[in-house]
Write a protein that binds this ligand. Structure first.
Ligand code: NAP
Length: 341
């Protein structure tokens, strides 16, 4: 299948494939991943026309960037040249993977970029973004330092991640912002309240993550599923006990609609996010977290799913906004989200 549809990251950003590949799960966040299959998945994505690859310097503490480097080095030149890299920085981690908060100081911005360029083996980063707001550093200082990197050609575009409307406005007043990366899915509708209207007003796009709520609404999670202690899902409120049972009942309602349309639950969930761009008059690019070629194939199938008004109404009746049981992060991580204030 060839992905021909594209989106533009806001009024100032690049044109990208309608679906991006999020590479985080290839570096441990969801338990072990197979390196050869991860590289093959990135190659298959590029082959299918996916141009946007999303990573973070803290995904496996550099592991994910080195993996992308390997995948790009071993991809055919024509495909490599199409790849656009979206990179997050700022999360502070130790050698055991522990988390120490976020550093958005100008020195951290520039140091992180210098190391990422080396690990990725590229001379510029296409979209660079702080993973979270550093509460001790005004966003103007963080974005100002990124603007200097743009001036020098090390970064092409500035993005944001998980920040709220006020921070978005302050950032956009400092330098052009291409996109906001934020969790947005059938069961994560928070951005619709204030954030999407602000983005529309300012001409900023969305790269949406968690469109399958970490696999919860993929249709592949079973009630008795267990996760290793180092798997994000072992600690995610939505995957615990009664919350999990409640959320999987929503998935079964969605499955009925998917079956009627002859597609998978994953494809309905991603197609719903794709359909929200025109509805909110904002470019919305789902990042899918596939780490195998089979999952990627399924996810890209969403591009061939057409949802009409009746389909959308049925989907939203099956999974109403705010229907999810459990927050999208554990309390300590929720406290770090400027987007939830
Ligand atoms: N800015 C931020 O704060 C932030 C936060 C998180 C992620 N992100 C970015 O967004 C990307 C995607 O996020 P995510 O991984 O949380 O989201 P996701 O797409 O909601 O979840 C990915 C998980 O869903 C499961 N899955 C089942 N069927 C799938 C299919 N057909 N295709 C893809 N996945 C399927 C996979 O788990 P199994 O492989 O176990 O089946 C996969 O690990 C990340 O890779 C990262 O680049 C950004």
């Amino acid at each position: 299948m060839t992905t021909t549809r594209t989106r533009t990251l806001g009024t100032t950003g690049p044109q990208v494939s309608a679906i991006g590949l999020g590479c985080m799960g290839m570096s441990g966040m969801y338990g072990e991943a197979d390196r050869a299959e991860s590289v093959a998945t990135i190659h298959a994505a590029l082959e299918a026309g996916v141009t946007l690859l999303d990573t973070g310097d803290f995904y496996g503490m550099g592991h994910n960037e080195l993996l992308i480097n390997e995948a790009l080095r071993t991809a055919p030149a024509a495909l490599r040249e199409n790849a656009l890299l979206s990179v997050k920085f700022g999360a502070q981690r130790g050698p055991d993977g522990e988390w120490y908060g976020f550093d958005g100081s100008p020195a951290a911005v520039k140091t992180s970029a210098a190391y990422s360029l080396q690990r990725l083996g590229v001379d510029h980063i296409d979209v660079y973004r702080p993973a979270r707001l550093d509460p001790d550093v005004p966003i103007e200082e963080t974005v100002g330092a990124m603007a200097e990197l743009v001036e020098k050609g090390y970064v092409r575009h500035i993005g944001l991640s998980e920040v709220g409307a006020d921070t978005i406005r302050r950032a956009a007043a400092t330098a052009p912002i291409a996109d906001l990366q934020i969790e947005y899915a059938l069961i994560s509708r928070g951005p619709e309240r204030e954030i999407l209207p602000t983005l529309r007003e300012l001409g900023i796009a969305v790269t949406a993550y968690g469109v399958l709520s970490r696999g919860l609404i993929s249709g592949h999670v079973t009630p008795g599923q267990e996760y290793a202690a180092n798997d994000f899902r072992a600690h995610s409120p939505r995957f615990q006990g009664e919350n999990l049972q409640h959320n999987l009942a929503l998935v079964e309602s969605l499955r009925k609609i998917a079956e009627q349309k002859g597609v998978s639950v994953t494809q309905i969930a991603i197609a719903w996010v794709l359909s929200q761009g025109p509805r909110h008059n904002t470019d919305i690019v789902p990042l899918v977290g596939a780490r195998t070629r089979a999952r990627l194939d399924e996810a890209l199938g969403a591009l061939d799913v057409t949802l009409d008004a009746a389909d959308l109404a049925a989907i939203e009746a099956a999974v109403p906004a705010d229907a999810a049981a459990g927050e999208r992060y554990a309390p300590a991580q929720m406290a770090m989200l400027d987007s939830e204030r």
